[in-house]
Design a protein around this ligand. Sequence first.
Ligand SMILES: [Zn+2]
Length: 439
Amino acid sequence: MAYALLNVKIYDYQKYEDLGFIVIDEKIIATGKMSDYKNLGYEEFNLAGKLVIPAFVSGHTHLYSTFARGMSLKFNPTNFVEILEQLWWKVDHFLDRDLIYYSSLIGAMNQLSFGTTTLIDHHASGEIEGSLGLIKKAIVERLGLRCVTAFETSDRFDVEAAIKENLSGFKLREKSLANSLFGMHALLSLSDESLKKISRNLNNNGIHIHVAESLMDEEDSISKYGMRVVERLEKYNLINEKSILVHCTHINELEMDIIKKHNAVIAVNVTSNLNNAVGISQIKKFLDKGIRVISGNDGLIPSQPIEYLNIYYLSHLKESSPIGFSLDDLKRIITNTYEYTNSLLGTKLGRIEKDAEADLLVLDFNNLTPVDENNIFSHLFYGVFPGLKPNWVIARGKIKYKDYQETEDYSIDRLEGLTQAKRLWSRINEGGNDVRFKY
Ligand SMILES: [Zn+2]
């Protein structure tokens, strides 16, 4: 049955309504000013001045990394590749079918509690075949959210099997709910032979790949192949307007121009870059060149607004200027993220209007100073994004959180998630030191 949110402030990064209503079924079926509201038999919720915004999208995440939280491991990296070898490649090596399903489920539940209802995932696991289907099962079927999957093809895996899994990912497409990209780990773990194979199998689909996350990716490409990372991707016809190039921390102007020429998007994950100490992307320059920049979280933190805060403040540092990156620049990244996702899923996420997707957040909102359509984003950024936990989360029209409480019982899933996490930790502790990587 349709229901109505009444007496709410409504903001979708484009329009602001100070006292409005939203009627929701599977989608938004009506919205407007309270003075225009008519009850046509809807269940009503008076939200008395709360703020409604679109739910978040993570433009790049790794749900497979979920069970690494709190894990104790011998860890003493001196550079970025050693972080991969000592941590992430050990975690993904031991993921079997149950671990793939539960890490996706528990990770997506965690991000949902912070208001994210659509996840663009980048997956790697020792068990390759069927892995993308398990992720979709956890996110779309069990949790009622939306996802875009990809398997990180890499020379440390069976490349043929990884290609096959990406191709089967395309069969999981379901309008408005699921889609797939062709996943590649990073060029430093892919030979020319592998790139040729991927290129032959791409069929105009988009790739999803880490690009120049650390300087080592560029150095490796230049020393082994005599060209930069993005040039090498272009050489094998791997970039198009559906592609996500992740990070791009160390790309130069020439590479930016190639990305712009093919109209690919760059997914930035600044908090992860800080954590790995790899550098800060030139986000302002990407935007000024007209490149579509979107925002992910790299699986590191479940909260998308923390990424938004860090993008803004770090870009000031990068530009060495307190006005070198504006709130409008940030807003552009947020709206780009919705628009790009809409192009993949055939949705209308990120808008609060008739026929748009009903993926929404209801937030407590006490404006300390006057609010209007010109300054609402500033109120959101300074007053709401820091520490944001949504009061309500609505996904695909269903209320998933209300008054900060889950509306469905996931306690058995959580318990099983803990058991699976323990199992992964023992598997790594028993066999992790024997894992060696060839690429
Ligand atoms: Zn990543």
